[in-house]
Design a protein. Structure first.
Length: 460
């Protein structure tokens, strides 16, 4: 119990530091080293197994980080970097904008405001499969979907709230959290997505869409005086540079989708006996996109130069996400060294329903952390590392713990007024982030509850 108390003390300090905008990677690394140091001083546990030890527990802390960084960069790191690099390239050549433009077009034919809004949320969430950046997707939807919603009389806060939560669920192989969850669970990313994520996510998306319908209509009626009778409000119109940029050829809509087609065809269904992992699928898609861009622009030199966007995207992910994964696992190692995880497992087992309680406890911790930190990555990266250990000791598959943790990390982000996507869309619409999260709180809470229920029903 002493180890758990010490761990909680350090976790509170780390959470406060991140809330105060201290660099998350440095905070998590420092917290992990601090807990490992206390564990060494109190003789609570080894940092590394004897066969892997340097001979000194103090140097073992740094050996742990060195080995972990090398392993993660070569495995999960490369996968996340390639996926993000491709997403950046799609944005660079304008393919992402074409995809959003085509998908939003049918909404203009509908005239029922809140049905359009609910369908818009579903479309936006589907687009998140192909546009990994939550902020990037939010900005594109503010240019395309937002004017439609406003023209139908939906309030500025309501439209902003819906668009700000269209990335509420991190789905598919393009999500870093999905990749990490799958690898930690010992599953192929595409198997994790199709078998575990998708069945739960479909129900959660529908539940949130329906909740948005009633919540935004109630807020508009109570605080905005109801609909504006379909009269566009001039002060609500957005002015974003994308409006002035010419739209690329409409067939570019297939370029962001192509990796998913390849991944499902050859990674999941093994079409014609061919098996391809995500990384080669991404490189095939990148090559085809470059050829299409060259045929369109007829400027090979420019196309060759544009590939730097892909490499820059890979580099930025190493500097942020991969280092965050390593830092999070270092924090988790500190918790393990203090015996905090074993204590937590023993406490939950004593209740007689260890698995259910542990899932709720871990999801709750991540939800609160995401709201306070404004990030879905840092909390999930910090606590996902020891999920296999916890699941093994409680006698269930790690994926049954990782799935609700991972979905919670993205859902809870939509309730935080300081998360990047909420700040981005509010900056364009001029809405207050705090007013917007009042409107997102109930839909996201319904999403969190539905996630727990569906995970229990399908995989409990």
């Amino acid at each position: 119990m002493l180890g758990l108390m010490i761990a909680l003390f350090f976790l509170c300090i780390c959470g406060y530091a991140i809330f105060k905008k201290y660099k998350a990677q440095t905070v998590l690394l420092t917290g992990g080293f601090a807990m490992m140091s206390v564990a060494i001083l109190l003789g609570m546990g080894d940092i590394l197994p004897v066969k892997n030890s340097t001979g000194s527990p103090w140097f073992d802390m740094f050996q742990f980080v060195a080995v972990l960084a090398s392993k993660r960069a070569a495995e999960i790191g490369m996968l996340i970097m390639v996926v993000t690099g491709f997403a950046r390239y799609m944005d660079k050549i304008g393919a992402s904008r074409v995809l959003v433009h085509i998908c939003i077009k049918p909404l203009q034919a509908l005239r029922s405001p809140y049905i359009v809004m609910a369908l818009g949320f579903i479309i936006g969430q589907c687009l998140h499969l192909f546009i990994a950046s939550a902020s990037g997707l939010g900005v594109l939807l503010m240019v395309t979907m937002y004017p439609i919603l406003i023209s139908l009389g939906i309030s500025r806060n309501g439209a902003t709230a819906v668009i700000g939560t269209t990335s509420a669920i991190d789905l598919g192989p393009s999500s870093g959290n999905t990749v990490l969850a799958a690898k930690t669970a010992g599953l192929q990313t595409v198997d994790y997505f199709v078998t575990y994520q998708l069945p739960v996510a479909v129900v959660v998306i529908l539940a949130i869409a329906v909740t948005h319908y009633f919540v935004q209509r109630w807020f508009d009626k109570k605080h905005e005086g109801g609909l504006a009778a379909g009269v566009p409000r001039e002060e609500e119109k957005t002015d974003h540079k994308s409006d002035a940029e010419p739209l690329r050829p409409l067939w570019y809509v297939f370029l962001p989708i192509f990796p998913m087609i390849l991944i499902l065809a050859f990674g999941f269904f093994k079409f014609r006996g061919i098996h391809l992992d995500i990384i080669p699928c991404m490189f095939v898609s990148l090559f085809i996109s470059m050829v299409c861009e060259a045929l369109t622009t007829r400027n090979v030199k420019k196309v060759f130069a544009s590939i730097q966007t892909f490499f820059d995207g890979m580099g930025s992910q190493f500097a942020t996400v991969i280092t965050l994964i390593v830092a999070g696992e270092t924090l988790a190692q500190g918790l393990t060294a203090l015996g905090a995880i074993d204590t937590l497992i023993n406490v939950t087992q004593s209740t007689g329903s260890g698995k259910t309680v542990m899932v709720l406890v871990m999801s709750g911790i991540i939800a609160v952390s995401c709201i306070v930190m404004g990030s879905g990555n840092a909390p999930f990266f910090a606590f996902s590392a020891f999920a296999p250990q916890v699941a093994k000791k409680l006698g269930f598959d790690a994926v049954n713990l990782l799935l609700p943790m991972q979905l919670t990390s993205s859902l809870a982000r939509g309730i935080s007024p300081i998360t990047a996507v909420i700040v981005a869309v509010c900056g364009i619409s001029g809405a207050s982030p705090f007013e917007v999260v009042k409107r997102t709180a109930i839909p996201m809470a319904v999403g969190l509850l539905t996630t727990q229920i569906m995970t229990y029903i399908l995989f409990g």
